[in-house]
Design a protein around this ligand. Structure first.
Ligand code: TPP
Ligand code: MG
Length: 370
């Protein structure tokens, strides 16, 4: 059980780029040298570019919707860097940066949001599920998968991402209860980005969200979610605990959603410009850049390379999104059931006739179908 002590979010880099003297947590990333710090930085810059393209493509009518991650790059990239390839991720709809770090083909990231495919990437190719809109349900999926892995004797960890709003869902409560009782190797990572659409976090919980975990007997930690190194440190610890049979953990990453909830939302209706400015000063990419600069790891050549990489990936996302053709409408009937199903077979036949110009008399059985 976690000791009852005052909670201060773990931080290893201050907003001005100076290191924080925290021996216990710094030890978890003692091996992270200039090259890995640069990798974290580069992945965050590229992730921000993918996100900017997603928003722009939606504004231009190329995507139906996009859920921006702007401001959450350190939480997503820092935690993704703590994962092993055989660990499994169960995400919400906002984790494009995690997908990128897991090795998703950048050309696949917008596919589902264009409304022309059932999925973005092949989940088993990168050990990460596709965007999930049902708030909090991924906590249950993650826990079930983790428990099954545990029964199989697989020494892996499962990481699930969800939001501050999702922490109020019954699904997350059930997942925490089950994971604790059965010691499932799952890490619950709550991205507290301060808002659940227009609901501020203060109406979700009267105590820090991490404290909810303690009630289930799950150890938890709060971390500065705009500090990639601190997120890497605490996630590594939780992942190792899960992989070595220590059971579940909970991480509350304190961050901020700098963009709208989705491109269908207008945040100026419910939050002030001053709040956004305050968080812009804690920008996660600026913070790591300042550390690299202070410690002498930033030079023209590296910055030019990062810019070129982001330009290349951004252009790839844009080009492949626009080039994605509408699928054959008959594909709608694929992958509904693993084995043939009478109703689907009838509907497929009727729809094929309709497309062929024969409106005909539908024979599909509709009794009992609401
Ligand atoms: C079960 C369910 N209830 C409601 C919604 C509508 N909805 C979509 S996102 C959202 C807010 C989620 O906020 P949070 O968990 O903080 O995640 P964030 O969007 O901030 O990343 C809501 C209520 C939904 N998709 N699913
Ligand atoms: Mg939120």
């Amino acid at each position: 059980m976690m000791p009852e002590k005052p909670i201060y979010p773990v931080q290893l880099i201050q907003p001005d780029g100076r290191r924080v003297l925290d021996r216990e947590n710094a030890a978890l990333v003692a091996d992270v040298g200039p090259e890995q710090l640069r990798r974290l930085y580069e992945d965050m810059v590229v992730a921000r570019r993918i996100d900017a393209e997603g928003t722009a493509l939606q504004r231009q009518g190329q995507l139906g919707l996009w859920a921006p991650l702007l401001g959450q790059e350190a939480t997503q990239v820092g935690s993704a860097h703590a994962l092993h390839p055989d660990d499994y991720v169960f995400c919400s709809y906002r984790e494009a940066a995690v997908a990128y770090c897991r090795g998703a083909d950048p050309a696949s990231i917008t596919r589902l949001w264009r409304g022309v495919a059932h999925s973005c990437w092949d989940p088993n190719a990168i050990n990460m599920t596709n965007p999930n809109i049902i708030v909090g349900s991924q906590g249950l999926h993650a826990t079930g998968y983790a428990y099954a892995a545990h029964l199989d004797g697989a020494e892996i960890a499962v990481l699930t991402y969800f939001g501050d709003g999702a922490s109020s869902q019954g699904d997350i409560a059930e997942a925490l209860g089950f994971a604790s009782a059965w010691s499932a190797p799952v890490v619950f990572l709550c991205q507290n980005n301060q808002w659940a659409i227009s609901e501020p976090v203060r109406v979700q919980s009267q105590t820090p969200i991490v404290r909810r975990a303690y009630g289930y007997g799950i150890p938890g930690v709060q971390v500065d979610g705009n500090d990639a190194l601190a997120v890497l440190a605490v996630t590594r610890q939780a992942i190792e605990r899960a992989r070595s049979g220590g059971g579940p953990s909970f991480i509350e990453a304190i961050t901020y959603r700098m963009g709208p909830h989705t491109t269908a939302d207008d945040p100026t209706r419910y939050r002030t410009a001053a709040e956004l400015e305050e968080w812009a000063r804690r920008d996660p990419i600026d913070r790591l850049r300042r550390l690299l600069d202070r410690e002498g790891y930033l030079d023209e050549e590296f910055e030019a390379r990062v810019r070129a990489h982001a330009d290349e990936i951004g252009a790839l996302v844009r080009r492949t999104t626009i080039e994605t053709l509408d699928p054959d409408p008959m594909e709608l009937f694929e992958h509904v059931y693993a084995t043939p199903h009478t109703l689907v077979t009838e509907e497929r036949r009727d729809y094929a006739a309709y497309l062929a110009g024969d409106p005909g008399e539908s024979t599909a059985r509709t009794e009992g179908v609401p």
